[in-house]
Design a protein around this ligand. Structure first.
Ligand SMILES: C[S@@+](CC[C@H](N)C(=O)[O-])C[C@H]1O[C@@H](n2cnc3c(N)ncnc32)[C@H](O)[C@@H]1O
Length: 209
């Protein structure tokens, strides 16, 4: 039996390999709007809702799990969204090799995988190296946002950002009571809140020197 045809999701889903080593945002989105990254975008709730709410901003999800990334891209294609895309691949690679310095106005990392087992902790995305890559792509005054329902991981994120020295923490409004099933920032926020977990939130401004 032949495998089912794979739906063409171009330009909503492209892999890092498809881009062939360079990424020009103006060409990628066919406009010169500011770009925000959603690292580990998963099912894309943040990506879709933010892109609909802010047509003046471009959103690029980066998702290592192609299945998940393609599922999100299908939502973007269905709505013919011009200001949202998903890149399939490792965010570290994209930050290091593809994304131009000073070209991104915000980086969002919501509910990064906690890698519970101690021996797997070094797989966590937040490290000093990751923060260096983030500061390299952010414009001055750009923002880093990260939420987690894992208190211990969030404390690690907070101390890495504090010690990095190039970020100023910004205040956040109170969490609101969700009005419906989609009224969450991300699917993992919904999952965490339904379990009764605390949601830890951080927002920082990139302010070098
Ligand atoms: C726990 S899920 C959270 C998904 C989404 N941000 C949310 O809050 O619902 C973490 C996501 O990060 C993705 N991920 C993990 N490491 C990654 C990496 N190095 N580059 C891109 N995506 C990554 C995983 O595949 C997964 O979809």
């Amino acid at each position: 039996m032949r495998p089912p045809p794979t739906e063409d999701l171009t330009p909503w889903f492209l892999t890092l390999d498809d881009l062939g080593g360079s990424l020009d945002w103006a060409e990628f989105f066919d406009n010169s709007q500011p770009v925000e990254l959603d690292i580990g975008c998963g099912r894309g709730l943040f990506l879709v809702n933010s892109a609909l709410a802010h047509p003046e901003t471009n959103y690029c999800g980066i998702e290592i799990d192609y299945r998940e990334g393609r599922r999100t891209a299908r939502r973007l294609k269905k709505r013919a969204m011009a200001n949202a895309r998903v890149l399939g691949g490792d965010a570290n690679l994209a930050l290091e090799k593809l994304i131009a310095p000073n070209s991104v106005s915000a980086v969002h990392v919501y509910f990064p995988d906690p890698w519970w087992k101690r021996k797997h902790r070094r797989r966590r995305i937040f490290t000093d190296v990751f923060l260096d890559l983030v500061t390299n792509v952010l414009v001055e005054g750009g923002e880093l946002h990260s939420w987690s329902d894992v208190g211990e991981y969030f404390q690690t994120i907070r101390s890495l950002v504090d010690h990095h020295g190039a970020f100023q923490e910004l205040a956040l409004p109170d969490l609101t009571v969700p009005q419906h099933d989609m009224d969450y920032l991300t699917s993992y926020e919904r999952k965490g809140r339904r379990k009764g977990s605390d949601i830890h939130r951080g927002r920082w401004r990139f302010a070098p020197g």
